[in-house]
Design a protein around this ligand. Structure first.
Ligand SMILES: *Cc1c(COP(=O)(O)O)cnc(C)c1O
Length: 387
């Protein structure tokens, strides 16, 4: 850790100073294939030329414009966002946790109820409200009491949901593929049943697409694979290719209900991040990056499944698009370290899952080579594991 930062992160002993495309370089001149991309943030990769030019141009024009004034770039970004999310209204903020905070606040206000149901293994951020609906007791318990009337139920279990609902249930918050919790996909049948039961009981369905949004899973938003719509969706990570930006998307007209002063953000929707988001959306569409993620992810997951099927160390390969998890029967720290020695950066998701979130622009040959190296490292580690 740095002497001047509080000790909250498991910091790796490498100092990253530069990035280009799907590669980053450290201060020793070593080059790494980046399958972390800032926790799935840099969907266009590092220093994408068009993105960089848009940022430079906007930096020379206007970077500060609070929401008490109109702004041309913000209007364009909102229109692009409404277009790809197919939502009715938006609120712009600065992070995933902040989007979740707002979603909880408005779900409670709009329904007049206080109860929120969330999922075992769900992750929604570390501010007080977002932490309340996050599952991992390790993150949460030290800081209790948090929000009241939160019910965390088993994921992919519709009966558990039906039993948990009561007269005070405002909303349920769920990820389409749980990210931090271990790359665990919601089943299509579960999502459909969840949507139906929420409609029946007037419960708001909050989809947290902070990690799965903006093409990551092979659709612009992961719920679009399943022909369902949320009532509220939270967004951040890939949204501005690494600039701090989040959003709450409302699939309803809140006019006359949500009033002036009910919410706000100093930095939210500033012209620089709005220019970034507009550019991200343009490039995702123009270069068909969600489709690319779907095809490349399919190829990688098929290869991993084929090669690792008889490797005892590996419990399961999961995911969709370029959100891939490899669950092991042991902790992944030593494997991540070996990958770093091979100049590949990857993430954990919980103690036992290797998570790959490369930029959506990653070169196919580079990525498939990395998949081969991962397979080889797991096969080598397996010899020790079964010994
Ligand atoms: C990362 C993440 C968050 C929190 O986002 P921050 O920007 O780190 O606050 C919330 N929800 C999900 C699903 C995430 O993956």
């Amino acid at each position: 850790m740095s002497d001047f930062h509080i000790d909250v992160y498991p910091v790796r002993d490498v100092c990253i100073v530069k990035g280009q495309g799907a590669y980053v370089r450290d201060d020793q001149g070593n080059k790494y294939l980046d399958c972390v991309s800032g926790h799935g943030v840099a969907c266009l990769g590092h220093c994408h030329p068009e993105f960089t030019r848009v940022l430079k141009d906007q930096a020379e024009k206007l970077t500060v414009c609070p929401n008490i004034f109109k702004n041309d770039v913000r209007e364009r970004a909102l229109k692009s966002l409404a277009d790809i999310t197919k939502c009715q209204q938006l609120f712009l903020c600065n992070s995933g946790a902040e989007a979740v905070e707002g979603a909880i606040k408005f779900a409670r206000f709009l329904t007049g109820k206080a109860g929120i149901i969330s999922m075992v293994s769900g992750f929604h951020g570390r501010t007080a409200g977002a932490l309340s609906v996050t599952w991992n007791p390790k993150y949460r318990e030290t800081f209790e009491p948090l929000l009241p009337q939160i019910n965390r139920i088993p994921f992919n279990d519709i009966d558990a949901f039906k039993q948990a609902v009561n007269a005070d249930t405002a909303a349920v918050i769920v990820e389409i593929i749980q990210g931090e919790g271990g790359v665990i996909p919601a089943s299509p049948a579960y999502l459909k049943a969840l949507r139906l039961f929420c409609d029946e009981k007037n419960i708001l369905l909050i989809l947290d697409e902070v990690q799965t949004g903006f093409g990551r899973t092979g659709a612009m938003f992961a719920h679009q694979h399943f022909n369902i719509k949320p009532d509220i969706m939270t967004l951040a990570k890939g949204m501005a290719n690494g600039l701090p930006m989040g959003a709450i998307a409302f699939y309803m007209d809140t006019t006359g209900k949500i009033k002036k002063g009910y919410h706000g953000s100093t930095f939210g929707g500033n012209p620089l991040v709005c220019a970034a988001a507009e550019c991200v959306i343009d490039i995702l569409k123009k270069d068909r990056l969600p489709e690319r993620a779907e095809a490349l992810g399919k190829k990688a997951i098929e290869k991993l499944n084929l090669e690792l099927r008889s490797v005892d160390l590996v419990r399961e390969v999961r995911g969709r698009g370029l959100m891939i998890g490899i669950e092991l029967r042991q902790r992944v720290v030593s494997i991540l370290k070996k990958l770093m020695e091979e100049r590949i950066l990857a993430l954990p998701a919980g103690p036992n899952v290797i998570r790959l979130l490369p930029p959506l622009i990653i070169d196919e040959t580079d990525f498939m080579n990395a998949i081969d190296i991962i397979i080889q490292i797991l096969k080598d580690a397996n010899r020790e594991f079964i010994a």
